[in-house]
Design a protein around this ligand. Structure first.
Ligand code: HEM
Length: 415
């Protein structure tokens, strides 16, 4: 009876506010009232699908606690017929086969992360700044004269993909393909993915892995200056591991920063006073980016698996339980951030947010994402100080990754 019980345990039950949060329209559009309600139930709560916490102290502590591991999602564990019956597949966080560092515990995790870590240190990232400025300037100069553009597809999505593709040695002509691949794969991060979406994602992953195998073979013959060439030449990682690493870096490199830039524009448009502060002093853009990460994080949740029985503030969580960690919930916890629903770039402790997670899996690309967003936003608003939203932005139909698919804007005159 193992499989049917597992299905019951995992299936999203109607009426559970947690399921509503993860799969409903409100959770997509404005998750924060539901998040407050769930945090109000106190610390670690039990839901129809797992445990969950929205509490800053608990989220942070669990992310740093070695008794909580990561492990492949349900979809690789249930036998195929049961998966189909269940109608829903996957619990975060593993969409990619073979496993990348994101879904490995130490010591395997360390072996995968260490060889790429040096390319992402703040110092290494500072050297990419000029490249980000060039990419941004080119994009802005190519904007149509009437100033009517989609801020997401014409700008926010284009900066990060250009940079990460360069870093990994992919030619500019492949960027579109990666964007399409990303659209197919990202829904896997969400709970309750339909079987059809799941299959489409798996097909995209397969195509991508074939493409990567060819690309890696080319780099073996003629290595470049890029990160992937260095990894390939070191001979320390297998082809499967190289594929996993490259797709994680690509996906994480562009699917998140696009949301950071878009969410910042949305927040600034809704808070003209805060925008005025940044426009009056270009040194305030890092504060805008940090407060956006806290206020409206591009990655809303992650999950961990208990490796043993754990007591969390009096709640007993048995071994092999899934615990959903709401990064967005932690970032709006009034115990840490006074008046948490206010977007306020003067906040002293915005950096205590967990938008980049914490502990061994804390985001490798954090410095890169911050740098890209600061320069993209500063350049955008310097060239187009009167930028305004034109109509309602359209949300991405995703929960874990939180951002916009389209954001029509009027750029206004060039400054
Ligand atoms: C991991 C968020 C940009 C690469 C993570 C995690 C989060 C996150 C929350 C950890 C998930 C967990 O603990 O389970 C973000 C956000 C970004 C961003 C909000 C942009 C605003 C980037 C960029 C890269 C990147 C630009 C660069 C390639 C990675 C990698 C990991 C990771 C490789 C896995 C680290 C590990 O497992 O050790 N990111 N990320 N991220 N991120 Fe980012």
């Amino acid at each position: 009876h193992g499989a049917p019980r597992a299905i019951l345990r995992w299936q999203v039950r109607r009426g559970d506010p947690f399921s509503t949060l993860l799969s409903g329209r409100q959770g997509l559009h404005d998750p924060y009232p539901l998040i407050d309600e769930l945090r109000g139930r106190g610390g670690m709560i039990r839901t129809s699908v797992s445990f969950a916490t929205f509490d800053h102290a608990q989220v942070r502590a669990i992310l740093r606690d070695p008794r909580f591991g990561v492990r492949p999602a349900l979809n690789t564990e249930l036998p195929a017929p049961w998966r189909k019956l269940a109608g829903v597949v996957t619990v975060p966080p593993n969409p990619v086969e073979p496993p990348s560092m994101l879904v490995l515990d130490p010591p395997e995790h360390t072996r995968m992360r260490k060889p790429v870590a040096s390319a992402f240190t703040p110092r290494a990232i500072a050297r990419l700044r000029e490249r980000v400025e060039v990419v941004t300037a080119e994009l802005l100069e190519a904007m149509p004269a009437d100033g009517s553009v989609d801020l997401i597809t014409d700008f926010a999505a284009r900066v990060p993909i250009a940079i990460i593709a360069d870093m990994l040695g992919f030619p500019p002509s492949d960027r579109e393909m990666f964007l399409r691949w990303g659209d197919k794969v990202t829904p896997l991060l969400d709970l309750g993915t339909s079987w059809r979406t799941y299959r489409a994602a798996m097909a995209a992953i397969e195509t991508m892995n074939d493409y990567l195998a060819d690309h890696i073979a080319t780099l073996r013959r003629a290595p470049g200056e890029d990160i992937l060439s260095t990894l390939v030449s070191s001979g320390d990682l297998s082809l499967r591991e190289l594929q996993a690493g490259a797709s994680l870096l690509m996906g994480a490199g562009f699917e998140t920063t696009v949301n950071l830039i878009g969410n910042a524009v949305a927040a600034l448009s809704a808070h003209p006073g805060q925008l005025a502060l940044a426009q009056a002093d270009p040194d305030r853009w890092p504060d805008v980016v940090e407060e956006t990460l806290r206020f409206d994080p591009p990655v809303q949740t992650t999950a961990r698996q208990t490796l043993e029985d754990v007591d969390v503030d009096g709640v007993r969580v048995r071994a092999n339980s899934t615990v959903i960690l709401s990064l967005a919930g932690a970032n709006r916890d009034p115990a840490v951030f006074p008046d948490p629903h206010r977007f306020d770039i003067d906040r002293r402790n915005a950096k205590e947010h967990v938008a980049f997670s914490s502990g061994v899996h804390s985001c490798l690309g954090a410095s890169l994402a911050r740098m890209e967003a600061v320069h993209a936003l500063r350049a955008l608003y310097t060239r187009y100080p009167d930028l305004r939203l034109r109509g309602e932005p359209v949300r991405r139909n995703l929960f874990t990754l939180h951002g916009f698919e389209h954001m029509p804007v009027d750029l206004g005159p060039v400054a």
